[in-house]
Write a protein that binds this ligand. Structure first.
Ligand SMILES: Cc1cc2nc3c(=O)[nH]c(=O)nc-3n(C[C@H](O)[C@H](O)[C@H](O)COP(=O)(O)O)c2cc1C
Length: 219
């Protein structure tokens, strides 16, 4: 696909077919994404691709922790305060998505069920975890973000959909233990990947601001 088609067609896939992905496609996509720029070329990222039995074990462990109400403790804490105009965009996303799915605002059970899909990886055959090192600060993490975006576009170029996920960073110790990774690896983000299922949720498209709300020319 052309770059502009990839940019226009990418969306967060929240229901996947169980069909496996040829690992060669993932390898190729990630090797192209490695062309992403980074601060003095430090390439401060590692991707861990999880499939099969281990993916199922991870899903079960996430859901058990959530059922036991174990408090989330991501390596990179969630942003807690947002400017009003950003809060409005977030609220708008939630409202539009649940409205699209026919889930009422006060239907906590349906909302919880939808939220838990994150921890079933939306049925994806592969889940990716993006790590850096615990001592990394803003700039290397910024680099991981650039790489993360490249990965989604390169996967789409292979016909593979993705859902970027912060939700699956909430129990980093559990993920490190399952993946046999040392304590110094910092979990920044997850991403479920696979072929989109033909379901309603995948017809949802989020809105964007008008260009003049985010691009300012100064002469
Ligand atoms: C870093 C990051 C974390 C995200 N975490 C989640 C998540 O945990 N669950 C989810 O369903 N969507 C998640 N999203 C998807 C966003 O909600 C989505 O990108 C946004 O609403 C724009 O929609 P689009 O990706 O379909 O264009 C995340 C996106 C990013 C970039």
């Amino acid at each position: 696909m052309e770059l502009y088609d990839l940019l226009a067609n990418r969306y967060s896939v929240r229901a996947f077919k169980p069909d496996p992905i040829d690992p060669e496609k993932i390898n190729r996509a990630i090797s192209y994404a490695q062309r992403a720029p980074s601060w003095k070329n430090v390439q401060p990222y590692e991707v861990h691709a999880v499939t099969g039995k281990l993916k199922e074990e991870l899903s079960t462990a996430f859901l058990e922790n959530i059922a036991q109400k174990i408090p989330p403790h991501p390596d990179e804490p969630y942003q807690d305060k947002w400017p009003t105009y950003m809060k409005r965009r977030m609220f708008n996303l939630g409202q539009k998505l649940y409205e699209f799915l026919g889930i009422a605002r006060n239907d906590q059970e349906a909302r919880q069920k939808q939220f838990e899909q994150n921890y079933r990886f939306f049925g994806a055959p592969v889940v990716l975890f993006f790590f850096t090192e615990k001592e990394m600060k803003f700039w290397p993490e910024f680099d991981v973000g650039i790489f993360y975006g490249y990965v989604m576009l390169a996967l789409l170029n292979e016909g593979i959909g993705s859902c970027p996920q912060a939700s699956i960073t909430i129990y980093p110790d559990m993920v490190r233990e399952k993946l046999n990774l040392p304590e110094n690896k910092k979990l920044l983000a997850g991403m479920s990947i696979g072929y989109p299922a033909e379901t309603k949720i995948n017809q949802f498209r989020s809105e964007r601001e008008e260009l003049d709300k985010i691009l300012f020319w100064h002469n």
